[in-house]
Design a protein around this ligand. Structure first.
Ligand code: CO
Length: 212
């Protein structure tokens, strides 16, 4: 059964190529010349949140980084490399952190179960809970508390983006760069914009503001 599914993926690929060529015989030739995506997407690795598909973006339009619970961890060399390349080489205009309701990473952070090495990744999400524990603990309904935690985690990751030397340096150089926080509803397909739009580091606590 699994073997059939695996083979089907390759068949799907052939059909997809043909469907693209039917619409535009130059589709892949154009992409081969390079990329200039206007957007960097930082999303969850969850299989139900495919970046391009849910925003109707074509190949070449979105630079994508995904990890468990869409985290922006400033010592994560993978994330930093993607961010640096997107901002400084590709000159993206927007960075979107997109979380999603029902996120397993956030659920794990609300609990105490030991899972494995991932516990250490989840720890960063627990920090977000601690920053907002008054607001979260006051929400009695567990689902509502879970949903709010998802949102607060996205907001915190947007702040963490703004704190990076990469983003602050871009703003210092007057590079147009907007950063946003979104939450995707797995049960609705709809995205909610949390309106945490950042355009400069003035909005950060002073201790994080870098002087160049
Ligand atoms: Co998730």
């Amino acid at each position: 059964m699994e073997n059939i599914f695996y083979k089907q993926l390759l068949e799907n690929n052939k059909e997809w190529v043909q469907s693209k060529l039917d619409l535009d015989p130059d589709f892949f030739n154009k992409l081969a010349h390079g990329q200039q995506p206007p957007v960097l997407w930082i999303g969850c690795a969850d299989s139900r949140v495919p970046a391009n598909e849910i925003i109707g973006a074509q190949p070449g339009e979105v630079f994508v980084h995904r990890n468990i619970a869409n985290m922006v961890i400033h010592s994560d060399m993978n994330m930093l490399s993607v961010l640096d390349y997107a901002v400084n080489a590709l000159k993206v205009k927007h960075v979107i952190v997109c979380g999603h309701y029902g996120c397993g990473g956030i659920a794990a952070a609300m609990g105490n179960q030991h899972i494995g090495i991932i516990d250490n990744w989840i720890r960063h999400i627990k920090d977000v809970y601690r920053f907002h524990n008054k607001e979260l603990d006051a929400i009695e309904n567990q689902k509502k508390r879970f949903n709010r935690f998802v949102e607060l985690n996205v907001v915190e990751q947007v702040f963490d983006l703004a704190k990076t030397s990469i983003v602050q340096n871009a703003w210092e150089n007057k590079q147009p760069l907007h950063i946003h926080g979104w939450v995707y509803g797995i049960d609705s397909g709809l995205i909610k914009d949390l309106n945490v739009n950042f355009k400069s580091n003035d909005e950060l606590d002073e201790v994080y503001q870098l002087k160049f």
